[in-house]
Write a protein that binds this ligand. Structure first.
Ligand code: CP
Length: 297
């Protein structure tokens, strides 16, 4: 059974195939037949992009969609995540898309007969975000080999940083990091850290990250102005970037904090393209997970 808990679940061939299929959807291929399967979306953490783009993908594929509202479900009566998903399986759901604050929550779900698609597990992984990031980079540069990618900001608490660092290195990219020392994590950075003023001159891709305050225990957060000047992508720093370099961000964006307001929609920005690619990637993942033989036009 195909599952997508982390990108480690994918062989090189499966990754290539998913990006190829997602690319076709991004280029306008659409599904000819209404597919007969039911997908349950379970979001135990807030989400705009991931939740809405999964729903959009599901509707465009003609799937039946069930959105379980965690706050009004029997989880509030103490039902476990396993029993909740087992119930959905018994009722006839064919796959579950799950976002949960607990890292590796999916390990509790061993033994289920329906595939689980991880829509983000705490500070662990965010595989479909990574896939849409890979598609966006591939559309821009065609290849990953030796591409200089700098991931900037709150590395330690970011599932996007963790997942992207692993897969981009595997694909041959030269991955660097920048940000406050207290948020660097050697297990992710492997010591490849650059000051922000060098990062902007080095990068083919500047991948900016939001500060994940919801995952911080420490007090003494940065002020917007101090952070922006020390570690943000300011307009002055953007002028130092290579001519062909692009700006990415998984969003939500805190404008004026990690990135200058004007740069969010500047010519270099691929931030909204990433979001559009999210629908394409999630379609490809759903079709693969549900093992659907869909005809496309
Ligand atoms: N990038 C991302 O996961 O955004 P949401 O939290 O809005 O889904």
């Amino acid at each position: 059974m195909f599952q997508l808990r982390t990108l480690e679940d994918l062989s090189a061939r499966e990754l290539d195939d998913l990006l190829f299929e997602a690319g076709r959807y991004a280029n306008g291929s659409s599904c000819r037949e209404q597919l007969s399967a039911t997908v349950a979306n379970l979001f135990f953490e807030p989400s705009t992009r991931t939740k809405v783009s999964f729903e959009k993908a599901e509707h465009e594929l003609g799937l039946h969609v069930i959105n379980l509202e965690a706050g009004t479900s029997s989880i509030t009566k103490g039902e476990s995540l396993y029993d909740t998903v087992k119930t959905l399986e018994a009722i006839g759901c064919d796959a579950a898309v799950i976002r949960h604050p607990e890292e590796k929550y999916y390990e509790q779900l061993e033994g289920l007969e329906i595939p689980v698609i991880n829509a983000g597990d705490g500070a662990g992984d965010h595989p479909t975000q990574s896939l849409l990031d890979l598609l966006t980079i591939q559309q821009e540069f065609l290849f990953f080999q030796n591409l200089k990618i700098v991931i900037c900001g709150d590395i330690r608490h970011s599932r996007v940083a963790r997942t992207n660092a692993g897969i981009l290195r595997k694909l041959g990219a030269d991955v660097w990091f920048s940000g406050p020392e207290e948020w660097m994590d050697e297990s992710i950075t492997d010591g490849k850290v650059l000051p922000m003023d060098d990062a902007v001159k080095t990068a083919d891709v500047m991948m900016m990250l939001r500060i994940q305050t919801e995952r911080h225990n420490e007090s003494g957060e940065w002020s917007k102005k101090a952070y922006h000047e020390a570690y943000g992508l300011t307009e002055a720093r953007e002028r130092q970037m290579k001519q062909t370099a692009i700006i990415m961000h998984p969003a939500p964006v805190n404008r004026g904090f990690e990135i200058a307001d004007r740069l969010v929609e500047c010519d270099r920005s691929r931030i909204f393209k990433q979001m559009a690619n999210g629908v394409a990637v999630r379609k490809a993942v759903l079709v693969r997970a549900l093992n659907l033989k869909e005809e496309t036009v």
